[in-house]
Design a protein around this ligand. Sequence first.
Ligand SMILES: [Zn+2]
Length: 433
Amino acid sequence: MKHKFHTLLFSVVALVAGIPGVQASDIIIHAGRMLDVKTGKIMTEISIVIEDDHIRAVEPGYITKYGAETIIDLKDYTVLPGLMDMHTHLSTVISANFFMEKFVMDSADYAFRSTVYARDTLLAGFTTVRDLGDQDHNLTIAMREAIAKGYIDGPRIYTSGKGLATTGGLADSGNGLRREWMDNPAFVEGVINGPISARKAVRQRYKEGADVIKLNVTGGVINKGRFSPGSQWMQDELDAAVETARDYDMVVAAHAHTAEGILRSVRAGVDSIEHGTFMNEESIILMKKHGTAYVPTMTAMKWLADKAKDDDSMPAGIRARAESMGPQIDITVSRAYKKGLWIVFGSDAGVFPHGLNAREFEYMVAAGIPPVTAIKSATIESARLLRIDSHLGSIETGKLADLVAVQGDPLDDITLLQDVKFVMKNGIVYKQE
Ligand SMILES: [Zn+2]
C-alpha cells in the first residue's frame, strides 16, 4: 500500500513537473508511412512518440500506450525528417531594385522583411537552414536568437553572418559605387587582403556570433563588379581563413563557380563548395579525395537564367551572366553525381523567393539523382555537413522532433515536397493541413 501510494505520488509529481521518461508523453504521431533516411526505406504504420522537443520513441503500429494528450493522425501521409537547406539568404531577395535597397532601407526594414522569409521557409518544411551571407550586417545572427526565443517563427539557423571576400569580391559592398561610396571596407565588414586580415575576419565572425564561415572565392552571378575567370583569393589567404575557422570548430563554405576557385578552396580544406558551376575533372577528383561536399544551388541558377529574359526582374548588369551560367548547372550536377561526389542540398533561396526551396529536389532528380538520395541530401547529409547528425537529420529516438509530412509517396513523385502538409519543429506543430 505504501509502495502504491508512493508510485501514485511520484506520477502526479512527474506529470506536474514534466519529468521526462516517467509517465505521459506530449504527442503521438500515427504515421501511415515514414521514411527512414538512413536505410532509404519507407516503413508503414509507425508511431512517433514526442516528448517536449525530442523524439522519445519510434514504434511499429498505431500505439496509444504512452497516454499522450494529443494524437496526431497522419495515417494518410508520408512523414520525413524536417528538411534542411544548406544555402539560404534569409535577409535577401533579388529584385530589379536590389542594388538600390541599401540606400533606402534601414536595418529595421531589413529585419522586419526577413521575418516573412523565415516563416515562409519554415512553412515550406525547412526546419533548419545554413544561412550564407547577410544583406544587413549580422541580421541572421539576431534572427537566429529571435527564433530560438520564440519571438518569431522560422527555421533553426546556422549562419555565417556577413560572408567574406577580397577587395572587389562578391561581399565587398562598395562594388560598382561612385568613389566616395566605395569606401575601403576591411575585415570587420568582411573584406580581407592577406592572411592576417583573413584570420582577423574569421575571428570577427566568431566574436559576433556566427556559426559557420562563408568565403566568396570567385565572382558571382549577382555581382556588380566584373566576373573574373580565376580565383579572387590567393592560396595563403584561403589557408589562413580555413585554419582559423578550424580553431573555433566552424564549418567553412566556399562560394566558387570557377575551377581554379574550387581547386584552391579544396586544397585549403573547406567543407563545401557552393555552386561549382564550372567544376572540371581535376576539381572533381580533388573534392573526392578531400571528402568535400558539393552544394549545387540549382534553383537559384535556373531562376536567374529564366528571369534574365525578363527586363524587370533583375538589375541589367547581371542578366547576361545569368543567361549564360544557368544552363551549365544541369551538366555539372549530373556529372558530379555520376562521379560519386558528396552532394548536399542547398537552394540559394533569396536569389529566388523564399519558400520555394523544395524546387531544388525536382531539379536534382531531373539531373539524374535518385529521389531518395536527394531527400537524404536535405536531411541526414545536411546534418553531417553541419556536424549535428547526433541530434538532427533523421527520425530516431533521442533526436529533436523536427518532422514534415506530405500526401502520397515522395519517392514516386518528388514534387510532392513542394506541398508539405505538416511541419513540426522542436516538438511544436507549425502547420497541419
Ligand atoms: Zn548564396
